[in-house]
Write a new protein. Structure first.
Length: 330
């Protein structure tokens, strides 16, 4: 096999990621013999200032990725809001495929596509963030012979993503964000000499979904239906990774950690919805009781008063339960 360079670097970050990304790109050499692709979780609307931020922070030019543009060494390609950033052959691909863990762009989608397209030539970098985003993508990169770099959790503003990664797999390098540029300079100077086979079928299937292409099989063909509903579309989730990851029929993906967080948010929303309904019931029953008294209907007024008291007591109990849930987080 002809040796080839490790010339694709894919980077994922979430909460606290802007600071980590700035520190990382500041340490990259101006003649880096690799393309750098960056996903930062961001809101769907509007535009991102990240390309300008990273362009000012380091020696490499950075810009928002454009669909179909070829990958060039010494450039930083930044994901656009509400689009997955993918690698297809030797080019950038943008997609509005299903969200993963509620995110588009998604870190796992970028990492997975790069592992399929470039194999052992890929280096995956995971920075500051919440929950376990990016871990499945790092597994894909490692499985294809690529290198794995994780920000030292002690250096991260939010250490959850780096900590999950280090628990799930063995990183080739663990470093502070400011030192990762030097690490990447050394890795990209290496040559890949080992041949690797085609990517696993599950990996290729998930990549097709991220690229918004019709998958040959549905979620039910790659995993057993679970007892959980997709927070995005409320369809049944299939267990595709022994309880660690799930996908619904239309392709939304969730790790177990992200699914649990989404369920917490749903419970919180339900609490506030119920409290609002109870408060409105108190107000309406009180108003109806007053009108009944004005008409001389004392018995009807007492009935409305009783309903108002019951709703007020229920609201008090609900507020207490919400305070208990808050105390549990202390």
């Amino acid at each position: 096999m002809t040796p080839r360079p490790r010339d694709v670097v894919v980077v994922g970050a979430s909460a606290g990621g802007v600071e980590a990304l700035r520190a990382m790109v500041a340490g990259l050499p101006a003649d880096l013999p690799a393309s750098v692709l960056v996903v930062l979780h961001m809101p769907a609307g509007g535009t991102s200032a990240l390309p300008a931020i990273l362009g000012r922070a380091g020696p490499l030019p950075a810009r928002a990725a454009r669909n179909g543009e070829p990958l060039e060494h010494g450039r930083v390609y930044v994901a656009r809001p509400d689009h997955h950033l993918l690698v297809a052959d030797g080019a950038v691909a943008l997609s509005r495929g299903p969200t993963e863990n509620g995110h588009r762009p998604a870190i796992n989608a970028l990492f997975r596509s790069a592992a399929i397209a470039k194999g052992a030539a890929v280096t995956g970098v995971l920075l500051s963030g919440l929950l376990d985003d990016g871990v499945a993508g790092l597994h894909a990169i490692a499985g294809q012979g690529g290198r794995v770099v994780v920000q030292d959790p002690r250096d991260a503003l939010y250490r959850s993503m780096p900590e999950h990664a280090l628990r799930a797999l063995t990183a080739d390098h663990v470093a502070a964000a400011a030192d990762i540029g030097e690490v990447l300079a050394k890795i990209t100077a290496e040559q890949v000499e080992t041949a690797f086979g085609p990517a696993p079928a599950l990996l290729r299937w998930e990549n097709e979904i991220a690229g918004a292409r019709p998958a040959e099989t549905g979620a039910e063909a790659v995993g057993e239906p679970s007892e959980f509903a997709c927070p995005d579309c409320h369809g049944v989730l299939a267990d595709i990774d022994a309880g660690d990851r799930y996908r619904c029929r239309v392709g939304h993906a969730w790790t177990a950690e992200a699914l649990l967080e989404a369920q917490r948010s749903a419970v919180d929303h339900a609490f506030w919805t119920a409290l609002r309904a109870l408060e409105e019931k108190v107000a309406l029953c009180s108003r109806l009781a007053s009108r009944a008294r004005e008409r001389g209907s004392q018995r009807i007024a007492e009935r409305y008063d009783r309903q108002a008291r019951e709703a007020k007591e229920a609201a008090h109990v609900l507020r207490h339960q919400m305070d208990v849930r808050t105390d549990e987080l202390s």
